[in-house]
Design a protein around this ligand. Structure first.
Ligand code: P1T
Length: 386
């Protein structure tokens, strides 16, 4: 924190790690676009020696995201995947990870295609089923990896229950908090050990950067991750770190609006005759609305839905919306639409995807901040044409 006694979320978003620049008084953290720092004598410097190891703009972001997640330490990475890979480098061959079966396709690909061949082992389970988790935990299990809500089916995982079960088996709990952001959900306060984000999404919020962050409390684990961050080098440049910092300042207002828009869009979709099923934790008929109220203070801007008729009508809809842009990613001010099976989750084999409940015709939308009525009429028009 830059000033003692400041505790509110938006105040932290705007001030944590961001006192006026000590050299010039600039009220915005400068973009320290430099690769190295002059040393007065060998090893004598002002806290920075080489920009892979540390950069003041990145350090401001690391302090700010830690303050927002309510954690002691933050680390920033070049992408969400670089952050995930760094966390997984805490493990060694033979170590076992239990992960939720519904998760971002790139995370599945990292686990299956990169880490599995290197000797790490994985079990994928339905994270809503605590008995399945209990069965999957083995003596070699070192980590439990969850997303809540999951991408793309918006299933909720009971973070507190998972953490207490995993800790009995001495496994670390990692929560990918990308969909909720710390504004709506703070996994560390529910018992998680590590929170990871694709900062590309809501944290940045404007679809203009790729980034990742990690937040945790444990000092020793932080030292190991900071070592990996420097030794492996998947760090963000100062410009991207600065863009995330700028995004964070409006995170609270954006999330409130994403949530408000998404609730109206979800309710429109669930009343539409061409829509068979809507996945959104804010709908009263979501099977886990009680858990939603317990562990989240909002439901965010992500919705998935299925049409009657499967893939072809779904393809028509995503190719016919005009405001909802057909694109991968999420969490920006502009609304996006996509088909997970053919786009964001195409790296998961079809049989696995279908077994996990991701049908070929599933449509995922990221509800942006445009006017609600315009978003609904865009979807209405595309659905009528499908
Ligand atoms: O794209 P990158 O910043 O590397 O983040 C990867 C990532 C991690 N975790 C979650 C929950 C994600 O959704 C993502 C990236 N997801 C998309 C690009 C997408 O459209 O779902």
């Amino acid at each position: 924190m830059s000033k003692p006694g400041i505790a509110g979320f938006s105040t932290r978003a705007i001030h944590a790690g961001q006192p006026p620049d000590p050299a010039t008084g600039a009220v915005t953290v400068p973009i320290y676009q430099t690769s190295t720092f002059a040393q007065e004598a060998v090893g004598k410097h002002r806290g920075y020696d080489y920009a892979r190891t540390g950069n003041p703009t990145r350090a401001a972001l690391e302090q700010c995201i830690a303050a927002l997640e309510g954690g002691a330490h933050g680390l920033a990475f070049a992408s969400g995947m670089a952050a995930e890979a760094a966390i997984m480098q805490l493990l060694k061959p033979g170590d076992h990870t239990v992960a939720t079966d519904d998760l971002y396709g790139g995370t599945y690909r990292l686990f299956r295609r990169v880490l599995d061949p290197m000797g790490l082992t994985f079990a994928f389970i339905d994270g809503t089923d605590l008995r399945a988790l209990e069965r999957a935990l083995m003596p070699a299990t070192r980590m439990v990896w969850i997303e809540s809500p999951t991408n793309p089916l918006l299933k909720l995982i009971d973070i507190e229950a998972v953490a207490s079960m995993a800790h009995q088996h001495h496994a670390l709990v990692v929560v990918d908090n990308t969909f909720m952001t710390p504004y709506f959900q703070r996994p560390l306060s529910l018992g998680a050990d590590i929170v990871v984000h694709s900062a590309t999404k809501y944290l940045g919020g404007h679809s203009d950067l790729i980034g990742g962050t990690v937040v945790l409390n444990d000092g020793e684990l932080f030292e190991r991750l900071a070592f990996i961050q420097n030794a492996v080098g998947g760090v963000p440049g100062p410009m991207d770190a600065w863009l995330v910092l700028r995004g964070l300042k409006t995170l609270a207002v954006r999330m409130r609006e994403h949530d408000r828009n998404a609730r109206e869009v979800a309710s429109f979709l669930s009343d539409h005759e061409r829509v068979r099923r809507v996945f959104y934790p804010g709908l009263p008929d979501h099977p886990q609305s009680e858990l939603a109220r317990r562990q989240m203070s909002g439901c965010g801007g992500m919705i998935s839905f299925e049409l009657t008729g499967g893939l072809e009508p779904a393809r028509h809809v995503v190719e016919r919306t005009q405001l909802f842009t057909l694109a991968e990613s999420l969490g920006g001010v502009e609304s996006l639409i996509e088909l997970p099976a053919l786009m964001t989750h195409a790296s998961i084999p079809a049989e696995t995807r279908q077994a996990h409940g991701v049908s070929d015709g599933l449509i995922r939308i990221s509800v942006g901040l445009e006017d609600t009525a315009d978003l609904i009429s865009d979807l209405d028009r595309a659905l009528a044409q499908a």
